[in-house]
Design a protein around this ligand. Structure first.
Ligand SMILES: Cc1cc2nc3c(=O)[nH]c(=O)nc-3n(C[C@H](O)[C@H](O)[C@H](O)COP(=O)(O)OP(=O)(O)OC[C@H]3O[C@@H](n4cnc5c(N)ncnc54)[C@H](O)[C@@H]3O)c2cc1C
Length: 271
């Protein structure tokens, strides 16, 4: 049976906030729909209202400046990110993660904002946003607040967004530009698949960081490495930060093993 809902497409932030307040608990926001629509079809979500945010002014804004950093609007797709030359040049780590998210067809619809609000432990964009100190700009009828992504993810498919709030934009600071790094993602099949584990290592101004996906209820940032850390130190610290489970994709033991393998490999490669 087809599930019926009312479709709204507000053209101003004010109208969107009013709709979110009026239909609190009964509405879901729509960006690319690659998570939302399967969830509606499978009966996981039963919203009375679906509110499309793609018509908001600035929703598709993807712009870099040395003052503001990289601004990513809520309708910016993964492929928009990959297509923009300045993003590829200044934020290669963001593109490495983006390139490994799903297939080209999905990347044409899937947004960066939707990926993080969906808050899956296996989100491929979260590791990059964590390592690059990105900030969530959150808006509601009550006003605007900013939250670093290190505080955004609160559990499996849970975020710090409160009822009536939405993710208005993502800011990746200019200070994080030119970070080098590499994302290794283990999948069951060649081509596109959700990750069994994903390990990102970045190096920026002498500071090494790791972020791990599919290894805990939320994507995990591991910081505070020193220049003299060897493979054992790195492996120990990364494994101490994660708590993978066994599921249909892999056992906990295999996940821990591969996280250690990738952490060591990336220590060699990201120099
Ligand atoms: C076949 C397939 C393969 C996939 N493979 C991967 C993969 O390899 N890696 C990966 O990380 N993901 C994968 N995904 C998941 C999905 O594509 C991503 O999470 C996608 O980025 C979600 O973005 P969207 O624009 O489609 O979000 P939507 O589906 O529109 O929204 C996702 C959720 O966030 C909410 N939302 C959206 N935007 C906002 C906002 N601005 N403020 C507040 N709430 C908002 C929606 O209400 C919804 O609950 C896959 C999905 C499919 C169908």
């Amino acid at each position: 049976m087809v599930y019926e809902f009312r479709y709204l497409a507000p053209k101003s932030v004010g109208r969107l906030c009013a709709a979110l307040t009026e239909h609190a608990g009964a509405a879901k926001l729509l960006a690319g729909g690659t998570d939302l629509l399967p969830n509606i079809r499978n009966g996981v979500f039963k919203p009375d209202y679906v509110i499309d945010l793609k018509l908001l002014p600035g929703a598709a804004k993807l712009q870099y400046s040395q003052v503001d950093g990289l601004i990513i609007g809520p309708a910016v797709t993964i492929n928009d990110l990959l297509r923009q030359r300045s993003v590829r040049r200044l934020y290669p780590v963001l593109c490495d993660c983006a390139h490994q998210l799903a297939s080209h067809q999905i990347r044409n619809r899937a947004t960066v904002a939707g990926n993080v609000v969906n808050a899956s432990p296996c989100s491929d964009m979260a590791p990059a946003l964590l390592c690059l100190d990105a900030v969530a700009v959150i808006r509601s009828a009550a006003g605007q607040r900013q939250l670093p992504f290190s505080q955004f993810f609160t559990g499996v498919k849970k975020t710090a967004l409160l009822p009536g709030e939405f993710l208005e934009k993502i800011i990746v600071p200019a200070a994080s530009s030119n970070a080098s790094g590499r994302y290794l993602k283990l999948k069951r099949i060649a081509g596109h698949d959700l990750g069994i584990v994903g390990v990102l290592c970045t190096l920026h101004q002498g500071r090494r960081r790791y972020a791990v996906s599919s290894a805990a209820p939320t994507p995990v940032l591991v910081d505070g490495f020193s220049a003299g850390d060897g493979p054992e130190d790195v492996e120990r610290r990364v494994l101490a930060a994660v708590s993978p489970i066994s599921d249909v994709r892999a056992s906990q033991e295999y996940r821990r093993h591969m996280i250690a393998v990738y952490a060591r490999q990336l220590l060699q490669e990201v120099r």
